[in-house]
Design a protein around this ligand. Sequence first.
Ligand code: GLN
Length: 455
Amino acid sequence: AQHFLQRMAAHEALGAFVAVDADVTLAQARAADAQLASGNAPLLAGVPIAHKDIFVTRDFPTTAGSRMLAGYRSPFDATVVRKLSEAGTVTLGKLSCDEFAMGSANENVAVPAAGGTVVVPVRNPWDTERIPGGSSGGSAAAVAARLAPAATGTDTGGSIRQPASFCGVTGIKPTYGRASRYGMVAFASSLDQAGPMARSAEDCALLLSALCGPDLDRDSTSIDRPAEDFSRSLSDSLEGLRIGVPREFLGDGVAPGVRAAIEAALVAYEKLGARRVEISLPRTELSIPVYYIIAPAEASSNLSRFDGVKFGHRAKDYRDLADMYGRTRAEGFGDEVKRRIMIGTYVLSHGYYDAYYLQAQKIRRMIADDFQQAFTQCDLIAGPVAPTTAWKIGSHGDDPMADYLADIFTLPGSLAGLPGMSVPAGFDGGMPVGLQLIGNYFGEAKLLNAAHRFQ
Ligand code: GLN
């Protein structure tokens, strides 16, 4: 813990951490030492970890990257945090993320500062002029820069896989419902999933085994399936494994250097005994409008709780209750969050619900069915995580569409609720490229096996 606290201080300029408390961390480390000395320590005793600032924590403040929650401290730990702590991990601090996990670049973030908050983007350790990806950008940057051996992230439409890809680390999002959403500040509840980001598939397997499991009393979408040991088949042979490559994932929109890295990874898999099969996910492009209707719709509903009454920011000067709501939300939310609340309320409103929201739900079902069709031909699906490597900070300017379009390869699996991961697969122009592996429901062990053999 001391080693990592020193590295965190030395690399503060990356902006990965938003809350640190050495006293808390070292107290946890001492408790872990005592467990280890007793000879009766849990599996992850003393393993330092940092948490995305979207998980509520008792010992550290939680902001979800928003001015709205500046200074907020939760009275309880998120289930994922609690389970990892019970497994023995030591918390190094909280990691920067896009506001309410809305973003692909970790540029939409308000960080607590003296007298208020400031917008500080996280920097990619491979090139500090570039973004680390998002929304779990702090998590990916921290692991890549070795400020933490492991971190938690959340993935609604790619927020574990894409920053893992951009920073050259390994990350996995499990099947929807595997990890409890209790205490994860909600963005889009039918999509949000937690997962680990670390240096290897092996580390991810250990962490995923600890953080998953039913939480039926606290999360109504938690799946009633016992926890698994996801490292049980890490070293299994890949002989005969059918890897499906969707033709829509390697089209013209993919940067040549990214395509080359993915093709090389597929050749490596063939050498490991796997067989490449061409498949099609014909509604890949539609996943963008579908996701950017459904996720904002759910967000507009989830974010209604931030009204200045129960917790978080409250405007100082107001005339009456409605004015207080209006001013609080105008001051507390950033531009991207406001944009999504407006889109979400619009697509859910009377007269537009059928035209947008319901249509999107129907296409979401077709996208999930396309995957089931594909899984009759293959065991795993492989392709790029994103069409390019990490872009320059500020280069997408005020064009949210540029960010949305870059989500094209992670959104389909999210809409279908499938497990997916990013595995470092090489470089394009000096920046890391991630290989995306998508499994069928509850196929995490197989995904981690394929990633481990490749690594
Ligand atoms: N980039 C996507 C978005 O902005 C995904 C974010 C996420 O997975 N949390 O919504």
